[in-house]
Structure formats: structure tokens, C-alpha cells
Design a binder for this molecule. Structure first.
Ligand code: COA
Ligand code: AMP
Length: 630
């Protein structure tokens, strides 16, 4: 069938389409129907079925005779170690861990926070939770204690599973002290913590609260899979919104598996036995969907890569991993390819490796710039496929469905809507605009299986953030247009979210932290263009009158505050002090104008600006720190 046929097939009978796809997973009790729309505009899928994610990701492959196939390959250029775990071994490890968690009282519906680096144990912890019907929430290691504390208070976990440390190329990240500090800061206290001691750093355990990963599994009975309802939350993943309070995206069990399983073949063109590699981190949605659950549910081999695109040890690392493990489909962020291209512009290092196993390079997480796509395609000699999605959707809204029918690539576009998504470009009043016209990108409700049914403990926020603005639609928060062939172009966010090295960050959250500095009267954070990371945050600080400390000191302290409270991942390294923020006469900060000045892009003076002279001051302050960059 062609893509057009598959899409038309879905559109003609969405429920029939998703009931058919649901047959690809194992059920303890199949659902009576696909869509549960009784609470529209809140929708759920497969709610009355019974199933278990861990069974589908692990046990069933062993039962089907794939036990000796590698399920996970841990490739860590940082430690120099590579280690394979077969499906049989994974089953044994996950059952034992789940048994130990169960013995400590973790059961269906309990929340468990996982704070771990790129080691197989992170996936094992996720799968062990799934085995018991516990709801995990993985927190990215680059977040600081404060961010961890915010998540602890929001999802009130019974347990935290952490590693003693993470390894960045230039330093050991001390996870355990961060966990201790977060628990100290949070109001909710977990019953216990499980610590996986890495040999690079053995953490001090707190008696009565902390348990050793291996020790607490000794002598326990392995746990079997607990069947859960199709709408049972599989996990909560926090993502940046417009404020310092992150949004807890809920993923429900059955739709998650059905949708991911469908994408493995349709989008990524891999099947059981193939090696699939997403070079991201388990702390992000890409890591949830395509390091852990997607490849494992589909019976592939997944790679857990603990390294960076460059510097571990060089810009040839990606190609070495592809050769060593015969990777068929490789997925990363455009930033990572830009980093490689910067170090190895001629792509010479690729010539050192046998890349014949590689069929396609997939990019997502941020806008893929044409230069990067062309460079990668030219040197790798495989299709480079941009695809667009979000933490909220969990899988691609738009892609080039390589396993259905490779469509012509239009550079600059993540291609076309996937079955399940009726994507519309709307004007401010909610009317669809003409092809080629820019507007808010929205998806007609209901969203397909595997997408968010709501936010943890925040239904009103869910409705307000996504449903209220355009009734009958899900508002993606992205703006763009569609061409006459239905190809989408994603141009910008419509909110204050920025994208730094493929990481989604809230400028609002940074502003809240800057505003807490005693000398800061008012502030704004915007995203400015960066050749490597796509965007980086830039702060504008207005100081209290009478502040007699040097601007340099205040800026330094502000940079340190953001790093301490959000974490290094925020990459907040630059700020300037100005007299006033540029505003409209009604008091709205002119962020877009500030960003254009920083990027050196021409702009029309906003008619409603209260004091145009302030823009000259901004231009001067920015030029002192090298902006706009040539
Ligand atoms: N734990 C602790 N700290 C972390 C971390 C982790 N898991 N991941 C990143 N950090 C730190 C980094 O060490 C860095 O700290 P620094 O300010 O002391 O240098 C900071 O957070 C910013 O990290 P990052 O954005 O990764 O930048 P970088 O300069 O270390 O590396 C790239 C640049 C391009 C190589 C890197 O951004 C990259 O690999 N990006 C790929 C993006 C990606 O996979 N995104 C996932 C979505 S698909
Ligand atoms: P996250 O939730 O972290 O995955 O970030 C999702 C956001 O990243 C989207 O809403 C977009 O703004 C941006 N994004 C992701 N993929 C793409 C893409 N292929 N092209 C353009 N923007 C993208």
C-alpha cells in the first residue's frame, strides 16, 4: 500500500485502523473497542483491555524464541566498555529488580522516579516498574536538585531509583548528592531509594532509606507481569512549559505500545532482529520511545550509548558504533550532526568505518537545517529523514514513512502527517488557512493512541495549554505551514519554549530564577540563534535602583543561579544588564524584537513600542558580548 492509501485507510475508519494495529501486541484481555470518547474532549484508547508493557517488551520475545538475541547493547566510549544483554538476561534482570521493588511495597499505580545516566540499568528500572504496573518518571541527569525536587513534589513517588554517578567527558556528575539535596528540598519524601553503585564513584548510602541495587535483590522472588488496564499510566514525563512548573505528560499503557510498535516498521523500517539506535538520553521522550520501549516492543536490539557525538574520543564515534553493532536505522538530533560536521567538515572519519548496515538517518528534536541534512546525506549516502514530534505525542506527527513508502524528500520539511494525525494550520480565529500560509499548527481531536491523554494532577492546565484555544483541536505550540502536497514546515514555537541542542527549555522558568536574585528588578530570557545548538538562552537584566554592585558580578551570579537550580543542561551562560525592557504601551515585553536584534535580523519598529531608544541600548550591550554573531 502507498502512504496515501494507508492515510486514507486510517481516515476512513480510524478505530478500525487502530483495532487492527492493536493485534500486534499481546493482551491478557483484548479491548472491546479502540476509542473511549465519553469524556470528550478528553480521549483514551483501549481503556478496557488488559495488558503489560514489560511482557510485550521482554517476556514475549523470549517465549517466541528470541531469548539469545541481544536486547540491549551498552556502548560507553566514556568508560571504554561495551556490554550486551540478551532478551533472556534482560528478563532475568528485570524480574529480579521488579521482585525486589515489590518486596519493598511498590505496586500498581505507585510512582517511582528514575534518575540515571545512559546505562542499561536505567531501562531495566523502567521495565521493572512496567512489570509491576508502577508509574515511572525518568528525570534527565543534566537537571539540578531543584528540578528533581519539583518533580518529586508533583508525582509523589514511593521510591527513587538512581545511580551513584553519571559520566560527562570532563567530569563525574555526582547523582547521589543531588538526590539527597532534592529530597531535602521536597515536601514529599519517598519511602526509600535504590542506588546503583557505579565503579567510578561509590556513593554513601543513608541507612534506613537507601538500598543497594544488588543487595536489595538478594534472595527475593522474581516478579511476574501484572496485567493493567489499557488506560493505566505507563509513565509521567515532565517537559517544559511556559512557567517554572514543568508539565507532567501522561502516557497510557496500551496506546503507547500499539503506536510505537506501528512506527517501528512504518516510520523506521525495522523489524524484530534489526539493530536500532537512537542517540539520545533516557531522560527525554526520544529515549523513552526509541531507546527503550519502541525497539524492545518490536523485538529489535537497542543501543544505550554513553558518549557524545564529539570528544568521546572523536567525531567518528557515531560511525564506529554503527559499524560495530551493524546499526540499520540511526536516529539523532540535528545538533549532534552539526557537532560532528564542525569537527570533521570533510566527513573523513566516516571513511574509516564500514557503514554498509545503515539504511537511513533520522533527525528530530529541533528544526533540521538544510546544510546539516545535505552534509549528512552527501557523506553517508543514505536518506536523511527529518521528522517532527513532541514529548506530548510520544511519536511522529509528521514523517517520511520509510517502511510504507519512501516519499520524495523536501529539505526543510519533516514531510507529511502520519495516520492518526489530521494536521491543520489555523489562523488566530481557528479557521484553516490556505496552503503556504503561516499559522498555528493544530491536530484535530482525538489524537491517536500513544499521545497524551492529559497532564499529571493538572487537568485544567491540560485543557488551557492544549485544548481551549482552538476548540476541537490539540494546539501543538508550533507555528508553520503546509504546502500543496501536504508537506509540513515547522517554523517556530508560539510560546516561550526554546530549543537548545534538541533540549526543550522554558525561558519562563529561567526568568523566575533570575527574578529571585536580590539585585534583579525585572528580567527577560529569550532564545538567540546558535550555530551549534540551534538556540541558546540570553538573559536581559534590569537591576534595582541603588544596586551598586558591578554588572559583571550580577551577571555571573545569575548564570550560577540558573545552573544551580535548573542544571547545566539549560546552557544559560550569557546575560546583559539594561536600563529597561522594551515593551509595548500595554506592557508586553517585545521578545521577538530583542531576538531579532541579537540575531542581526532586520525588523520593523513595533508601532506600539513605548520607548524606541531602549532598542539602541540593547544593540550596544549585545555588541559588547559579540552579538549579532557574524
Ligand atoms: N548529566 C549531567 N550533565 C549533563 C548531561 C547529563 N546527562 N547532559 C549534558 N550535561 C551537561 C553538559 O556536560 C554541559 O555542561 P557544561 O555547561 O559544564 O559544559 C551542559 O549540560 C550542556 O550540555 P549539552 O547541551 O549536551 O552541550 P555540550 O556542550 O556538552 O555538547 C553537543 C554539545 C552538541 C555535543 C550536545 O548538545 C549533544 O550531543 N546534543 C545532542 C542532543 C540530543 O541528543 N538531544 C536529545 C533530543 S533528540
Ligand atoms: P520535545 O517535547 O522536547 O520533543 O520538543 C518538541 C518541540 O521540538 C516541538 O514542539 C518543536 O518545537 C521542536 N521540534 C521537534 N522536532 C522538530 C522538527 N523535526 N522540526 C522542527 N522542530 C522540531
Amino acid at each position: 500500500m502507498s502512504y496515501a492509501d494507508v492515510y486514507a485507510d486510517w481516515k476512513a475508519d480510524p478505530e478500525g485502523f487502530w483495532m487492527r494495529e492493536a493485534q500486534a501486541i499481546d493482551w491478557d484481555k483484548p479491548p472491546s473497542k479502540a476509542l473511549f470518547d465519553e469524556k470528550a474532549p478528553l480521549y483514551e484508547w483501549y481503556s478496557d483491555g488488559l495488558t503489560n508493557t514489560c511482557w510485550n517488551a521482554v517476556d514475549r520475545h523470549v517465549a517466541a524464541g528470541r531469548g539469545s538475541q541481544a536486547a540491549i547493547i551498552h556502548d560507553s566510549p566514556i568508560t571504554g566498555l561495551t556490554h550486551k544483554i540478551t532478551y533472556v538476561e534482560l528478563l532475568q534482570r528485570v524480574s529480579s529488580l521488579a521482585g525486589a521493588l515489590k518486596a519493598q511495597g511498590v505496586g500498581k499505580g505507585d510512582r517511582v522516579i528514575i534518575y540515571m545516566p545512559m546505562i542499561p540499568e536505567a531501562l531495566e528500572a523502567m521495565l521493572a516498574c512496567a512489570r509491576l504496573g508502577a508509574i515511572h518518571s525518568v528525570v534527565f541527569g543534566g537537571f539540578a536538585a531543584h528540578e528533581l525536587a519539583v518533580r518529586i513534589d508533583d508525582c509523589t513517588p514511593k521510591a527513587i531509583i538512581a545511580a551513584s554517578c553519571g559520566l560527562e567527558p570532563d567530569r563525574v556528575v555526582h547523582y547521589k548528592p543531588l538526590v539527597d539535596e532534592a529530597i531535602e528540598q521536597s515536601t514529599h519524601k519517598p519511602d526509600f531509594c535504590v542506588i546503583f553503585q557505579r565503579e567510578q564513584e561509590v556513593a554513601k548510602l543513608i541507612p534506613g532509606r537507601d538500598l543497594d541495587w544488588h543487595g536489595f535483590q538478594a534472595g527475593v522472588e522474581p516478579a511476574s507481569c501484572e496485567p493493567v488496564e489499557g488506560n493505566h499510566p505507563a509513565y509521567i514525563l515532565y517537559t517544559s512549559g511556559t512557567t517554572g512548573q514543568p508539565k507532567g505528560v501522561i502516557r497510557q499503557t496500551a496506546g503507547h505500545m500499539v503506536a510505537l510498535n506501528w512506527t517501528m516498521k512504518a516510520v523506521y523500517n525495522v523489524e524484530a532482529g534489526d539493530v536500532f539506535w537512537a542517540a539520545s538520553d533516557v531522560g527525554w521522550v526520544v529515549g523513552h520511545s526509541y531507546i527503550c520501549y519502541g525497539p524492545l516492543v518490536a523485538g529489535c536490539t537497542t543501543i544505550v550509548f554513553e558518549g557524545k557525538p564529539v570528544g568521546t574520543p572523536d567525531a567518528g564515534t557515531f560511525w564506529r558504533v554503527i559499524e560495530d553493532h551493524r546499526v540499520k536505522s540511526f536516529f539523532t538530533a540535528p545538533t549532534a550532526i552539526r557537532a560532528v560536521k564542525r569537527e570533521d567538515p570533510e566527513g573523513k572519519l566516516m571513511g574509516n568505518y564500514d557503514l554498509s548496515s545503515l539504511n537511513v538517518l533520522y533527525l528530530a528534536g529541533e528544526r533540521a537545517d538544510p546544510d546539516t541534512i545535505e552534509w549528512a546525506g552527501r557523506h553517508l549516502n543514505v536518506p536523511v529523514i527529518d521528522h517532527w514530534w513532541q514529548t506530548e505525542t510520544g511519536w511522529a506527527i509528521a514523517a517520511n514513512p520509510m517502511g510504507i513508502e519512501p516519499l520524495p524528500v523536501k529539505i526543510g520539511s519533516p514531510s507529511v502527517a502520519m495516520p492518526g494525525y489530521d494536521v491543520q494550520i489555523l489562523d488566530e480565529a481557528g479557521h484553516p488557512v490556505k496552503d503556504g500560509e503561516l499559522g498555528a499548527i493544530a491536530v484535530k481531536l482525538p489524537l491517536p493512541p500513544g499521545t497524551l491523554p492529559g497532564l499529571w494532577n493538572a487537568e485544567a492546565r491540560y485543557r488551557k495549554s492544549y485544548l481551549d484555544h482552538f476548540p476541537g483541536y490539540y494546539e501543538t505550540g508550533d507555528a508553520g505551514f503546509k504546502d500543496e502536497d501536504g508537506y509540513l514546515y515547522i517554523m517556530a514555537r508560539t510560546d516561550d519554549v526554546i530549543n537548545v541542542a534538541g533540549h526543550r527549555l522554558s525561558t519562563g522558568a529561567m526568568e523566575e530564577i533570575l527574578a529571585g536574585h536580590a539585585d534583579v528588578a525585572e528580567c527577560a530570557v529569550i532564545g538567540v540563534s546558535d550555530p551549534l545548538k540551534g538556540q541558546v538562552p540570553m538573559g536581559f537584566l534590569c537591576l534595582n535602583s541603588g544596586c551598586n554592585r558591578t554588572h559583571e558580578t550580577v551577571v555571573k551570579e545569575c548564570v550560577a543561579r540558573v545552573r544551580d537550580q535548573i542544571g547545566p543542561v539549560a546552557a544559560f551562560k550569557q546575560a546583559v544588564v539594561i536600563q529597561r525592557l522594551p515593551k509595548t504601551r500595554s506592557g508586553k515585553i517585545l521578545r521577538g524584537t530583542m531576538a531579532k536584534i541579537a540575531d542581526g535580523v532586520s525588523f520593523k519598529m513595533p508601532a506600539t513600542i513605548d520607548d524606541p531608544a531602549i532598542l539602541d541600548e540593547i544593540r550596544d550591550s549585545l555588541s559588547k558580548i559579540g552579538y549579532p554573531k557574524s
